[in-house]
Design a protein around this ligand. Structure first.
Ligand code: PGA
Length: 254
């Protein structure tokens, strides 16, 4: 597996903004970005209601858009779900899956494998799988065990990733929104573990390229720490992605 070439800086807006706020943040990032060149790929993940307008109106060569979830099912009688079939017809390049907030509140542990199967077998949209340990798991020394379980579960319905590019976001649950970050060596160890586990799961059918992002309390003040870690292919940013200038400072300098 080769490491992905271009770095990815992704902004996960969660459900932090309403429709108007999302549109104005997207406009602000888009306008500021037009005035500069960036060597990194920028990914923005607004909520479902803002996504169509943002992805249609703020197209730029440096920005790709994605959503924060998708239905595990194809079109049918599934009240309240968002179909992959519609996202395929929009400017949607990525889908976040397995985020710890979805695992905690929305049964994602159980649904993630079917969502990944649906995306990979029915579209060219790229899933970004989030995994990460809780503080209890870390204290018990069970981080790698947990990462392996989450990866095996997520890909239990996927036989091969041959020729594909896989992106994983390593986000320790205890680091998300807490202001706490892991040490560089802990991140490097987790990333090394993820590479080994993916190879072990897929063997001859492993992806051609693997990108591992770090996520959890990344700010303008600490992002350089992650830049120094060889295995980090980019960042998944929550809170700091809601401030256009902060987000773009990270984009420019990562
Ligand atoms: P945070 O969120 O940067 O606000 O910690 C990261 C994430 O949940 O993806």
């Amino acid at each position: 597996m080769k490491k992905i070439q271009k770095k990815i800086i992704a902004g996960n807006w969660k459900m932090s903004l309403d429709y108007q706020q999302s549109i104005s943040l997207a406009r602000s990032i888009y306008k500021k970005l037009k005035k500069r060149r960036t060597k990194n790929d920028i990914l923005l993940f607004p909520d479902f209601l803002s996504f169509p307008e943002i992805s249609r109106n703020f197209k730029s060569s440096g920005i790709s858009y994605g959503v924060q979830d998708v239905s595990p099912f194809s079109l049918g009688s599934y009240t309240g779900e968002v179909p992959l079939e519609s996202l395929k017809k929009m400017n949607c390049s990525y889908i976040l899956l397995g985020h710890s907030e979805r695992r905690k509140y929305f049964d994602e542990d159980r649904l993630v494998s079917a969502k990944i199967r649906n995306i990979l077998s029915n579209s060219d949209i790229k899933p970004i799988l989030c995994i990460g340990e809780t503080i209890e798991e870390r204290r018990k020394g069970k981080t790698l065990e947990l990462l392996e379980k989450q990866l095996r579960d997520a890909f239990s319905e996927t036989k091969s990733l041959k020729g594909k590019r896989l992106i994983i976001a390593y986000e320790p649950v205890w680091a998300i929104g807490s202001g706490k970050i892991p040490t560089s060596s802990d991140v490097a160890l987790a990333h090394e573990g993820i590479v080994n586990i993916v190879s072990k799961i897929f063997k001859a059918n492993k992806p051609k390229e693997l990108g591992i992002l770090y996520g959890g309390s990344v700010t303008v003040d600490n992002f350089q720490d992650f830049k120094k870690i060889e295995s980090v292919s980019g960042l998944l940013i929550g809170g700091s992605s809601l401030i256009a200038d902060d987000f773009l400072e990270i984009v420019d300098n990562f």
